[in-house]
Write a protein that binds this ligand. Sequence first.
Ligand code: R5P
Length: 297
Amino acid sequence: MKIFSGTSNKPLAYKIAKTLGLKLSPLEVFIFSDGEKRVRILDKVLGEDTVVVQSTSSPTDENYMELFFIVDGLKRSGAKSITGVLPYFGYQRQDHVFREGEAVSAKVIAQILETVGISKLIAVELHSIKIKEVFSLPVVHLSALSLFAKTIKEKGWGKDCALVSPDMGGIRRIKLMSEMLNNMPFAVIEKNRDLASGEVFADKIQGEIKKTVIIVDDMISSGETIVVAAKLLKERGAQDIIVFATHPVFSKDAPKILQDSFVKSVYVTDTIFVPKNKQFPKLKVLSVAGMIAEAIR
Ligand code: R5P
């Protein structure tokens, strides 16, 4: 088996390869002066099973194009199979038509991935379990929830503690986490987002909250969902607010508003590489390399 990495999250790709006892195979990504990329596979892959790791986080379109070219290069070089590892699957939130006239971007991406020649997809914490249905090829859907539950147990958080989903869409996730943590009580915030402005509102919580609350979400983008949730939870009596979110998308000034918020710690994973300028004191990063390596084996 040969494993390749795009440029979006090389540290994670290295860790996955190392766990598998492999080295990353060489490839060249040359950027022309106008921004176009030329990709060249620099290893022999004829008849080989191959794996490509590429997080399609921001710059999403660029990272997707690079992935498409790598897959095409592998196919033209005679690879037997090509497994796409997309620790973060860009465009996953646009998985159905919310308003008349909208494109279903996740479906378009799935069709392109299949057309270029990906034979299997490994993804982590998809926004909705239904996203698998937009693909015809096999999709291995991994989750960081067990990693989060393990960390919560190790920290000894359990007594006088409740899990919180910051929106109704996270109910399935919060119920699973509760089961993993000996039926820890959970609550759900009724969040609304203005689809035009993106502004987040929340003023109702279903369920009981405790002194310590653990917010669980699939991703943090602008950070507004978490900041609004933390403010509401603080108003309702929570003292310690800890966040676990799989994907550190961190758009806009998310790092700053999270650092300045009522939240005590923000746990994320390395599905998306967090550069130095987006790191902040409250941030802790857990690794999904082990579970991805296990899924590749
Ligand atoms: C929403 O359905 C997701 O689960 C996240 O809560 C959301 O995408 C986070 O976005 P933001 O950080 O921009 O509020």
